[in-house]
Design a binder for this molecule. Structure first.
Ligand SMILES: C[S@@+](CC[C@H](N)C(=O)[O-])C[C@H]1O[C@@H](n2cnc3c(N)ncnc32)[C@H](O)[C@@H]1O
Length: 234
């Protein structure tokens, strides 16, 4: 297949100069945005589904789009339960075949869903962030996951966290943020999916000849990383 996805264009020459300050802020000040009722309801359904297979390891597919990766991960890991989360009802509703019994697609805002998951004690064995929106303009740092106040929650959930992108700088910034939050270094490596693309975006970028990269980090479950009202630092 030939495709012509445009390369990412950014006005940043390197990692954002405000990154460390954003991460520091996220580690010190709790995220106060109230949790939306619809995500709370969606989370409760997902939690009940997960409890139905008590003991099965969990895979989170965060920003799953049309859910192809959720289906493929469920087939690849039949003894796991795989939950794909996306806020786009349109993407989630596209027909990509039956869902395996061990997979669930959930419409929810991840900023709320991740907080509910951590509060409920979820400990994903694997956590995928596959081709998140890059937000390549310098002014958009706050909307990248590592520049967002939710970042400590993503890290605190723990497990094998894998981020893939067609924008290397996104992955490099994520690695810097991870090191700042945990002290651990995660390598940013080239990723060649070959014929084994996990998602439509991966397929599209790969077919366009773009360089893909990824980061894999094995993280402890660390709820204490997330600031709360009571331990908020000045
Ligand atoms: C670039 S697409 C990648 C989709 C899929 N992972 C793939 O690789 O084909 C990013 C996805 O993240 C979802 N997304 C972005 N922010 C989100 C949020 N706050 N909560 C839930 N989904 C979100 C978007 O709706 C979109 O489907």
């Amino acid at each position: 297949m030939h495709a012509t996805s445009r390369n990412i264009v950014t006005n940043q020459p390197g990692p954002h100069r405000d990154l460390a300050r954003r991460v520091e802020r996220a580690l010190r000040h709790p995220l106060r945005k109230p949790i939306a009722d619809h995500t709370r309801a969606a989370f409760e359904q997902a939690d009940a589904w997960l409890q139905g297979a008590a003991g099965a390891p969990l895979i989170l597919d965060a920003g799953c789009g049309v859910g192809l990766s959720t289906r493929r991960l469920a087939s690849r890991f039949p003894d796991h339960r795989v939950i794909g989360v996306d806020r786009s009802a349109d993407r989630l509703s596209r027909d990509h075949g039956a869902l395996p019994d061990n997979a669930l697609l959930v419409r929810a805002d991840l900023v709320d869903f991740w907080r509910l998951a951590l509060a409920a004690g979820w400990q994903p064995a694997r956590h995928y962030l596959l081709y998140p929106n890059p937000y390549p303009k310098s002014a958009h740092l706050k909307t990248r996951w590592h520049g967002h106040a939710i970042f400590p929650v993503i890290v605190a959930l723990g497990g094998r966290l894998e981020l893939r992108s067609n924008w290397r700088l996104y992955v490099e910034e994520f690695a810097l943020a991870l090191e700042q939050a945990t002290g651990e270094t995660a390598a940013v490596e080239a990723h060649d999916p070959g014929a084994d693309c996990l998602t439509p975006f991966e397929q599209k970028y790969h077919a366009s000849g773009q360089s893909l990269c990824r980061l894999v980090a094995t993280l402890p479950h660390a709820p204490g990383l997330v600031p709360t009202e009571s331990n908020e630092e000045g």
